[in-house]
Design a protein around this ligand. Structure first.
Ligand SMILES: [Zn+2]
Length: 255
């Protein structure tokens, strides 16, 4: 089925990475060549996985920058999906049960083992991301992975068997030692680094004082609108949570 996928516009990938030529990341059917590893990405857009990239194409450098420059949610989602499919294809070449070489599934967006029939769908890893608030201040933390001076919301992977709400309470308590309640869903965002689905929430502080765990989180504090530190870029759901919180506070205080 995969080789029957046709599209006008193509992302190209090699060894799990999208390819670019200078600033170009969308190619034509003529650039796809004869590869039969093809996936549908979006209406009119496909992803072709190449065994050998043509001369002049290099792995995309700076996926974050490309996502940040997306003109709208459709373009963001298309790029996020193409990147995740490229990674998934590269990391799911063999059957995890019997070691058979996976092949394109005849109908689904999936790969299947020809020996034992195990089906592998594109991997998505759900995560919670939460802005904890206390009055007119919000909890922002500096992670060991961040640039110097950058603070953001807390986030973490949902574990097997866990609900999003339980994961949120666990992550917040593990990382900074406070308990939260009144959890409200805000929005979600595909985050292709490499395959997270970020589920964004607000939660209110319930009890406890901030004690960073010293490993994942190095510093944490309650920040108000007038003393905000360096924040994540506007296209991230972390920043959208922060901006939304203060926008609502500002609107209500001016009425
Ligand atoms: Zn198998």
């Amino acid at each position: 089925m995969a080789d029957s996928i046709t599209a006008e516009h193509w992302f190209l990938a090699h060894e799990g990475r999208l390819l670019q030529r200078d600033d170009q990341i969308i190619f034509t059917a003529a650039d796809v060549g004869d590869t039969d590893v093809r996936y549908g990405v979006d209406d009119g857009f496909g992803l072709a996985v190449l065994a050998q990239p043509p001369v002049g194409l290099t792995a995309v450098d700076g996926l974050r920058g490309l996502l940040a420059r997306s003109v709208d949610e459709v373009e963001y989602a298309r790029l996020a999906r193409a990147s995740q499919l490229a990674t998934w294809h590269d990391q799911h070449r063999f059957c995890g049960r019997c070691g058979g070489t996976l092949q394109a599934h005849p109908q689904d967006m999936a790969r299947q083992c020809p020996v034992c029939s195990l089906v592998q769908y594109p991997r998505i890893s759900p995560c919670i991301i939460v802005l904890v608030t206390r009055g007119d201040r919000c909890l922002l933390a500096h992670s060991a992975r961040f640039p110097s001076g950058r603070y953001s919301t807390l986030a973490g992977f949902i574990e097997a068997g866990e609900t999003a709400e339980a994961a949120l309470k666990r992550e917040v308590y593990e990382e900074v030692g406070v308990k939260v309640h009144n959890i409200r869903f805000f929005a979600s965002q595909s985050w292709p680094f490499p395959h997270q689905l970020m589920l964004g929430f607000f939660a209110d502080h319930l009890s406890g004082e901030l004690v960073p765990d010293g490993e994942e989180i190095l510093e944490a504090g309650w920040f108000g609108v007038d003393d905000l530190p360096d924040l994540p870029p506007p296209f991230s759901i972390a920043r959208q949570l922060i901006d939304h919180f203060f926008a609502v506070k500002y609107d209500s205080s001016t009425e």
